[in-house]
Design a protein around this ligand. Structure first.
Ligand SMILES: Nc1ncnc2c1ncn2[C@@H]1O[C@H](COP(=O)(O)OP(=O)(O)OP(=O)(O)O)[C@@H](O)[C@H]1O
Length: 260
């Protein structure tokens, strides 16, 4: 299947504005993401990763510039159309509820169900598919608060898969996970990008893992955004500019950070 551009930005400027002030977090952002790719967004704490992801998902308005989702300006989408084209996995806890894992995954079908919220056979098939792809069959009858953090992350990804959108955006999906669960979640995202041909964009602080498992990375620094394949970024020495700390350097041979 041919890769096509799912989302692209043109001279995008992101930040926060109120009545009296405007804070620019980053500007002149020109990025483009294709279907079938797993793309990691990395950068130091507070650099603006969440701000960028919130802007790309339409949760937050750009200060200026354009975002095109499937060749159409993001602001031209209705809320329902947006939910059919883009799913978001955030790290926030859910509001208190008694939902089972199955019901939570089924919520992904909301943009397609009628006003009574009845699931059609197509909806049920998409839910079953999402559950199978994320391998959470054994916990579908549990309440969502009866599962571990790692399982919960998978459930949120299953909900995004059930929503069946060409683009999935995740903000730090591996936070709070141990190494084993981080690796398995990264591999799951990689498999999903390959098998479902979706574009999966996520932010992370697990840079070593992102280098090994993502198709492309976006390195965000005070000065610039660099988007490329991990091996090219290593070759260009980009990772050394990530942290303003002489004690942390990137070992290009080992493909990981080393500390003094
Ligand atoms: N609601 C807000 N109003 C004003 N400034 C904000 C707001 N939210 C975040 N910021 C500021 O925007 C900058 C970028 O924050 P953001 O959360 O996007 O960074 P991040 O790269 O995701 O950080 P981290 O890796 O620590 O999660 C920070 O300086 C932060 O203080």
């Amino acid at each position: 299947m041919k890769n096509k551009t799912v989302i692209a930005t043109n001279h995008l400027s992101i930040g926060y504005s109120s009545k009296n002030s405007k804070t620019v977090i980053a500007q002149n952002i020109n990025l483009s993401f294709e279907s079938g790719k797993l793309i990691a967004l990395i950068g130091a704490n507070g650099i603006g990763k969440s701000t960028l992801l919130r802007t790309l998902t339409g949760i937050q308005k750009p200060l200026s510039g354009e975002i095109e989702l499937n060749q159409k300006p993001l602001q031209a989408y209705t809320a329902l159309e947006l939910a059919q084209n883009l799913s978001v996995v955030l790290t926030e806890k859910l509001p208190p509820s008694n939902l089972t894992v199955y019901e939570l995954v089924a919520l992904g079908r909301q943009p397609y169900t009628n006003w009574v919220g009845k699931l059609t056979s197509v909806d049920q098939e998409k839910i079953a598919n999402a559950i199978a792809l994320t391998a959470i069959q054994e916990i579908v009858h549990k309440k969502h608060f009866e599962i571990s953090d790692g399982q919960f992350q998978k459930v949120l990804i299953a909900r995004a898969l059930a929503q069946d959108t060409p683009l999935i955006i995740l903000d730090e999906p591996t936070t709070h996970l141990d190494l084993h669960h981080k690796v398995s979640l990264f591999k799951l995202l990689k498999k999903l990008a390959q098998e479902t041909h979706k574009c999966i964009l996520f932010s992370t602080h697990d840079i070593d893992l992102a280098i090994q498992l993502s198709d492309e990375m976006i390195v965000m620094t005070q000065k610039q955004f660099i988007q490329d394949q991990p091996c090219n970024l290593i070759e260009k020495g980009v990772f050394n500019s990530l942290f303003q700390d002489e004690d942390i350097t990137f070992d290009a041979q080992k493909g990981k950070f080393v500390f003094k």
